[in-house]
Design a protein around this ligand. Structure first.
Ligand code: ASP
Ligand code: MG
Length: 418
């Protein structure tokens, strides 16, 4: 069995779906994991935001836009107006949920998961039905019934022991050997839908590969493979042909938009190679990731946008690291706020965190816990691994820098946005 993963960009329109067909054609034992089409997850986050603000009419308008976007793709694929019952059922379910279930702040993350999961449910329904219509028999898998996750909304991990028998049974019971399943989603033991973290479809594919002992996993992307920088920001970016698991996980964790950081462990645990290949060029080699590649030595430049700087000072002057660390991190964890860099002195703690709609609430909590808290929003985090004098002078030195941290290989700066 091979596992392929297609991200939202690769299936953002009908041509993308037709290209997916070209790529999978001829494969006989294949599990395909697909994300939501284009920017659908962002649009569904918009639906959730409207509900959070009590704007149900706004949420309905956004659902209409999402529906129209998918219908355009469906009609293009089938060459005529073509209603798909399963897609219509999902849209109706989302709509019903939005208008009939009142927003409850104490269950915000659960509601978020239930809302955004429709992106993948709809994309896989369209792709599965269209593939069948053009002669590629396939088995649509509801990953909510195969992935049992932690009881943790918005950023759950898949529980391998519980999920393995479910996924294996689903696969063993099917005559058809091409499977189409959703990335990003699963469900907790109580049956509620969970999501695995934004961009988590890579991780879904890796877990499928692990459970099914796949021979390989391939992520089909809109780049030629893994590059040493984002070519949209750094025009002299170069492709890396081979990477080992450890370097890849470090890169991903620093924010390289290549692969979700949780992807590597399930693959490494079973020594499954991962290929990152361009979906526009089936013949191109891309990047191979496995346990054997040498360490990368070229500089790798990673810019993480949409960060905030949280500045904390313990009001009673207790030492932040010794006495306050657990309180800070358990509070941030409760609001699902991800920390990307830590900088401390005796009584000050500065954290570069992902932007989040719950940051103000978390700050309030921390004030109650005895901190003075300031938030500086709109910062970014730049990381350079294997930095050298050239990359230092070209990218790091800047009057915008607020924090600079370095060890022998890696330098990181938090700076204001340009
Ligand atoms: N659709 C989800 C997202 O946009 C998951 C993914 O793309 O991997 O975050
Ligand atoms: Mg996506």
């Amino acid at each position: 069995m091979k596992v392929y993963k297609f991200g939202g960009a690769s299936v953002r329109n009908a041509d993308g779906v037709r290209n997916l067909r070209t790529i999978i054609e001829g494969e006989s034992e294949l599990f395909v994991i697909v994300s939501a089409m284009g920017k659908t997850t962002n649009a569904l986050e918009g639906v959730f935001d409207c509900c959070r603000k009590g704007d149900i009419a706004g949420a309905e308008a956004k659902i209409d836009e999402i529906t129209a976007y998918h219908q355009t793709i469906i009609d293009d694929l089938f060459g005529e107006p073509h209603p798909l019952a399963q897609v219509e059922a999902f849209v109706a379910e989302l709509h019903r949920f939005v208008v009939t279930v009142p927003y409850d702040a104490s269950r915000a993350e659960e509601r978020y998961d239930r809302t955004v999961a429709f992106g993948e449910l709809i994309s896989t329904s369209i792709i599965s039905e269209w593939l069948a219509s053009v002669g590629i028999a396939n088995h649509w898998v509801d990953m909510r019934r195969c992935f049992v996750t932690q009881f943790r909304h918005k950023d759950a991990n898949v529980l391998l022991d519980e999920s393995s028998p479910l996924l294996r049974r689903e696969v063993a019971g099917s005559q058809t050997r091409v499977f189409i399943g959703q990335g990003f989603i699963g469900s907790a033991a109580d049956g509620s839908t969970t999501t695995l973290g934004r961009e988590g479809s890579d991780y879904s594919a890796a877990v499928v590969a692990n459970i099914l002992n796949a021979e390989s996993m391939t992520v089909w992307k809109d780049v030629n493979g893994i590059l040493n920088a984002d070519p949209k920001i750094f025009p002299d970016a170069r492709k890396i042909d081979a990477l080992n698991y450890v370097d890849t996980i470090e890169l991903a964790y620093s924010g390289a938009q290549i692969i979700h950081p949780k992807t590597i462990k399930p693959l490494q645990n079973k020594s499954i190679p991962l290929y990152v290949r361009p979906f526009g060029d089936k013949g191109a080699e891309g990047t191979k990731i496995d346990g054997t590649a040498a360490n990368v030595t070229m500089p790798i430049i990673i810019l993480k946008r949409n960060q905030s700087l949280l500045k904390l000072r313990s009001r009673d002057l207790s030492f932040v690291l010794e006495e306050k660390f657990p309180i800070v991190f358990s509070t941030l964890e409760r609001f699902r706020i991800k920390t990307n860099l830590i900088n401390n002195s005796a009584v000050d703690l500065r954290l570069c965190v992902e932007e989040s709609w719950r940051l103000e609430e978390a700050a309030e909590q921390l004030r109650d816990e005895g901190f003075d808290v300031q938030i500086e929003s709109s910062v970014e985090l730049l990381t350079i691994q294997n930095y050298d004098p050239e990359t230092l002078s070209k990218y790091i030195e800047s009057p915008r820098n607020i924090i600079k941290q370095a060890n022998a290989e890696t330098i990181r700066v938090v700076r204001t946005k340009e």
